[in-house]
Design a protein around this ligand. Structure first.
Ligand code: BYC
Length: 480
């Protein structure tokens, strides 16, 4: 048997699943590979095929040895299929099948539910690459350009991960879904991506950092729930994806922190601590009010990705054993939720109330609450920056009902502090809470291409350290 922790790079498709021993699967994936490369060329990062980028590539799925850094032309990146090694003794640990050995094949009764989950997950990966397609043209530094491309190639690999599952376990339908994943396009009215947030534009770097902070973190929580799955190949695939996801969230969290840092420095140096936003903007940095509006937007549109607060779908995929809770094993209950209850917010007569519902129906709300807690902790880290600079300003999360399109708050107007408003009041006030066209124009006006090693655009501070212990002025991307 092959060593599952080592990735075979001599195959056309790098893998640690002994692809060579399954000729039919190998041929099917080798047919999908050129279609993937065409998609990358057409919808992936624009004008980048000749660049050499200092990228990390997985060489092993072991905890310590998986990353190798080197210059790569992106179309030559070795996208492949990497699963964490199989744990022979693994048993189902939640839902109706608790205690049974995990499944190595798809149980017939859950086939369509499972396929749907895998397709939905897979669809987000190319979607985010499409959303970020044009950002390279306005990068604030070589360091940031390299990070963008690292995120892009890894999202491409996450697509490979889901397509492997579709091809290997779902026959002709799976292959058709694999093709459809390359045909849908973010924002295309006729053939859009599946989930709402993946059809929005990521039109500048502030949106990119917000997206990698807020939306990639939804990726973390959804992948963590899928990593509990009774369907072992899905659990093993998503576990490896999670190791890559961490860098994407790092890009977002430190990106926003650097924007706040730069604004603070300019405000302090120019004596603008109490100045109005327009005065701050005149110095070429992004004022706190604008940043807060972007926080409000990206947080609320990411919350929609958790699905409805009350969802029978969520209960059913849990009971089937297909998707668990965040860190299921650490939760101290019966892991069946037959009697358990959970408190969710609801709207009752134009007021937000707490109501207790069967926990099985509230699993999306629960995952969202886990997510919110992690976001709050990260925001507390951001808030240390204005504190250190002597500013009283703090960033806050809006109420979970604010600006929602999915779930119990859809169709209602909720203010950031959790009051239900009339449509007229919302119309009057919402430009104070959400980015306006003028905000986008202002932010876009700051975006210029900075590609001299060690230089950074004026609206963002340099990072604390470089990538892989390289200096900050390292040539992270070569253009020759
Ligand atoms: N947009 O019962 P409900 C990532 C649909 S991000 C459009 O309330 P359910 C990444 C839903 O499909 C993580 N439609 O919710 C991040 C259903 O339709 P059907 C991606 C939506 O099903 C950055 C109906 O409404 N992974 O990896 O429990 C960069 C009722 O749904 C939306 C996953 O999402 C929406 N926002 O949960 C790159 C994991 N929300 O079936 C990557 C897999 C709901 O009635 N997906 N609907 O036609 C899932 O677990 C579930 O599909 C959801 C929805 C959590 C998304």
């Amino acid at each position: 048997m092959s060593d599952e922790s080592v990735i075979n790079y001599s195959d056309r498709i790098p893998n640690n699943v002994d692809l060579a021993s399954d000729r039919t699967l190998q041929r099917a994936l080798e047919r999908w590979q050129p279609a993937f490369l065409n998609w990358w060329e057409e919808a992936g990062p624009s004008n980048t095929s000749t660049l050499q980028v200092y990228l990390r590539t997985a060489v092993s799925v072991d905890r310590d040895g998986w990353a190798n850094f080197d210059y790569v032309r992106m179309p030559d990146y070795r996208w492949g299929i990497f699963l964490v090694p199989r744990d022979e003794g693994r048993r189902i640990h939640f839902g109706a099948h608790t205690g049974e050995p995990v499944w190595q094949e798809v149980p017939g009764e859950y086939r369509s539910q499972l396929q749907r989950l895998i397709v939905t997950q897979g669809d987000t990966e190319p979607a985010s690459v499409e959303q970020q397609r044009l950002l390279g043209a306005t990068c604030p530094s070589l360091y940031d350009l390299r990070n963008l491309f690292q995120v892009n190639v890894e999202e491409g690999r996450h697509l490979w991960a889901m397509v492997y599952l579709l091809h290997r376990f779902f026959g002709r339908e799976g292959r058709e879904e694999g093709e459809a994943l390359l045909q849908r396009r973010s924002g295309d009215i006729n053939n859009p991506r599946i989930l709402t947030a993946f059809n929005e534009q990521t039109s500048h770097w502030l949106a990119f950092f917000m997206f990698t902070f807020f939306t990639d973190r939804d990726g973390k929580f959804q992948l963590s729930a899928l990593a509990e799955s009774a369907f072992d190949p899905l659990a093993r695939t998503t576990r490896f994806m999670l190791t890559e996801e961490a860098h994407h969230m790092f890009v977002g969290e430190t990106g926003i922190a650097r924007v706040i840092q730069r604004t603070c420095e300019v405000m302090r140096d120019e004596g603008l601590m109490d100045a109005d936003p327009a005065a701050v903007r005149r110095h070429g940095v992004i004022d706190f009010d604008t940043l807060q509006r972007f926080v409000n937007f990206h947080y609320s549109f990411t919350l929609d990705l958790f699905g409805g607060e009350i969802s029978s779908n969520a209960g059913s995929v849990y009971t089937s054993g297909l998707k668990g809770r965040y860190e299921e094993e650490k939760v101290g209950d019966d892991h069946a939720l037959s009697q358990a209850e959970y408190v969710v917010p609801q709207i009752d007569n134009d007021a937000i109330v707490s109501s207790t519902v069967p926990a099985l129906t509230a699993l999306n709300a629960r995952l969202r609450d886990d997510y919110r807690r992690e976001i709050e902790a990260a925001m507390a880290r951001w808030n240390r920056i204005p504190e250190k600079c002597g500013s009283d300003r703090r960033f806050v999360l809006p109420h979970v009902g604010f600006h929602r399109k999915i779930g119990v708050f859809a169709g209602h107007h909720v203010s950031p502090d959790g009051h239900v408003l009339t449509a007229e009041a919302w119309e009057r006030e919402s430009s104070r809470w959400l980015p306006t066209d003028a905000d986008h124009q202002f932010v876009s006006s700051l975006m210029g291409r900075v590609v001299e090693p060690g230089r950074f655009a004026g609206w963002i501070a340099p990072p604390v350290r470089g990538i892989n212990n390289q200096p900050i002025d390292f040539q992270y991307v070569r253009f020759d």
